[in-house]
Write a protein that binds this ligand. Structure first.
Ligand code: HEC
Ligand code: HEC
Ligand code: HEC
Ligand code: HEC
Length: 370
């Protein structure tokens, strides 16, 4: 049910523009998303639509170059993830990466002037190498989520050294601690979208293997197995999903039965794959970079800044409103062929998570269950 295509988006915009001309406060536009009568519809405000479009313009692609000629791996001394590219492609990608991640600092954000480009002196270069593999892996192995549009560094970075929307493991705000509650009942927290729900819904579901299940299958209280606490974490996570994508709950669910996969939109399944992809990014790629990170790039508990849905989506139902930048940078489409494939940081696969429950039920998250 992927009805909300760019075409439809464009017609909405035109509609929005017509409204803008006609009156001062355009009424929100409603788009039906589910079967008639199910109340599954989305409301769009023509005013904010234009702002969203403005915020999601993509930079012009650097002209393509030949894949013929000597390979980077034959010419350069210390290439682990891009050695299979032609020297021309390699240079073009370095220029693109600079534009996407460090437009102000230039090449020297990762390389030291006067030193050879092969030196791994700066932590930023080592992080960038992991990031290249993380991006290639997302495109090669997570088609079930990113399939249509693909991912480049720009999807997350947008010209910033660190993407604007990242998270670290939460510490309870003082007030919440005093109240004996665990990281909740404090409104004005961006992570829980200004509700007084738990402020760190990410650790259990985007780092650990928590599975969001709250609904019982009977109308009787005995049928409900989830604790109130984990239910609150699920709702907090769901607020993040909706906020990150700029949609409401019915983009994915039929509110008649939130738990029913049969009655959900296909976007909910795509979201589920996204959840698994984000967990892999955080565990297999981002966490290992923590060894090199300076303190100002770490959270209060000393962990690396991690990915959630907003890191890519930034308020759009598809990042960059579905623009396919990967088509212009196919070298980020797949991991380097073995044996160059595995930089040291990634040789260790994360320990398989044996926990059936998340840390919520084990009190690891810095507070007692209450
Ligand atoms: C955001 C970090 C980053 C920026 C900015 C960057 N590079 Fe790189 N550069 C890397 C990484 C990571 C590698 C290693 C790639 C690999 O392992 O396959 C690399 C490797 C190289 C190499 C190969 C050196 C060797 O002998 O091993 C050259 C040449 C190079 N970069 C040139 C440039 C130029 C020129 C620019 C600016 C236009 C630039 N880089 C900007 C991260 C960066
Ligand atoms: C690495 C970047 C990235 C991250 C992180 C990410 N997504 Fe996505 N997501 C995408 C891309 C790219 C698409 C568009 C794919 C396409 O064109 O089919 C997409 C599409 C979607 C869609 C389909 C929307 C529609 O109406 O077509 C949903 C739903 C979604 N993502 C949910 C999520 C959720 C929930 C999370 C967090 C658990 C998440 N995404 C994290 C990149 C990302
Ligand atoms: C899914 C989102 C995502 C994508 C895609 C992504 N990054 Fe990142 N990047 C992050 C996050 C989160 C951090 C902070 C974590 C860290 O420092 O390890 C980060 C940090 C970095 C840093 C460290 C900057 C600093 O000042 O500390 C560099 C360099 C970097 N990324 C380069 C890249 C390059 C190059 C690409 C594309 C090949 C890329 N990133 C793709 C999310 C992303
Ligand atoms: C982008 C898609 C998406 C949006 C938007 C979304 N959800 Fe979800 N929801 C999911 C996915 C995926 C799961 C299952 C996650 C898992 O398996 O860990 C889920 C699970 C749930 C559950 C648990 C279902 C069960 O089996 O017990 C509830 C309740 C729920 N969502 C409510 C909401 C509410 C309320 C909103 C709006 C504030 C919302 N969701 C918005 C995708 C979404």
């Amino acid at each position: 049910m992927r009805a909300f295509t760019m075409k439809r988006f464009a017609s909405l915009l035109i509609l929005g523009a017509a409204f803008l001309l006609g009156c001062e406060a355009p009424p929100p536009e409603s788009v039906q998303r589910g079967y008639r009568g199910t109340g599954m519809e989305a409301l769009y405000n023509p005013d904010t639509l234009q702002a969203l479009v403005n915020a999601n313009q993509v930079p012009a692609a650097i002209p393509a170059v030949s894949s013929e000629g000597p390979k980077a791996g034959d010419i350069y001394q210390n290439v682990e993830v891009l050695g299979h590219l032609s020297v021309g492609e390699f240079t073009r990608l370095m220029a693109a990466i600079t534009q996407w991640v460090s437009p102000d600092q230039g090449c020297n954000y990762c390389h030291v002037a006067g030193e050879g480009f092969e030196a791994d002196t700066l932590y930023t270069k080592k992080v960038a190498r992991v990031m290249i593999a993380m991006t290639q892996n997302a495109n090669e192995n997570w088609g079930a989520h990113v399939g249509g549009a693909g991912v480049t560094c720009y999807t997350c970075h947008r010209g910033n050294n660190v993407p604007e929307q990242v998270w670290t493991i939460g510490v309870p705000p003082r007030r919440a601690e005093n109240m004996g509650h665990m990281m909740q009942n404090v409104a004005h927290q961006e992570s829980s979208v200004y509700t007084s729900l738990p402020i760190d819904p990410f650790t259990p579901y985007l780092l650990e293997d928590g599975v969001a299940r709250a609904q019982g299958d009977t109308a009787l209280p005995q049928g409900h197995e989830a604790s109130i606490q984990s239910t609150e974490h699920i709702y907090s996570l769901m607020m993040h999903y909706s906020d990150a994508l700029g949609v409401n709950c019915t983009h994915c669910h039929n509110s008649r039965a939130f738990g029913s996969w049969e009655e959900s939109n296909s976007e909910r399944v795509q979201a589920w794959h996204g959840q698994q992809m984000v967990k892999e990014m955080n565990n297999a790629y981002i966490n290992p970079t923590n060894d090199w990170l300076p303190a100002h790039r770490q959270g209060p508990l000393g962990d690396a800044q991690k990915v959630n849905c907003a890191t890519c989506h930034q308020g759009a139902y598809q990042p960059l409103l579905g623009a396919n930048m990967l088509a212009d940078y196919p070298n980020l489409g797949a991991l380097a062929p073995a044996p160059e494939a595995a930089p040291a940081a990634m040789e260790e696969t994360p320990a398989p998570m044996e926990m059936e429950t998340s840390s919520l039920d084990q009190g690891v998250m810095g507070g007692e269950a209450n």
